[in-house]
Write a new protein. Structure first.
Length: 54
């Protein structure tokens, strides 16, 4: 990771700022979806553990 490489990365992120924001929003949506699925899975696990406690 050279300083020059970091500088070019910064330049690319600046030049493709719009593309970056699009991918970021997509990433956030994906994270929300994954979190929702994860919570659903947790709820299912809780229900199954309730059954086990019975």
């Amino acid at each position: 990771w050279s300083y020059r490489y970091l500088k070019t990365l910064q330049y690319h992120s600046m030049s493709s700022n719009r593309a970056c924001t699009v991918t970021e929003s997509d990433h956030q949506l994906n994270m929300q979806y994954l979190m929702a699925k994860y919570r659903e899975g947790q709820k299912k696990e809780e229900k199954s553990s309730d059954l086990w406690s019975c």
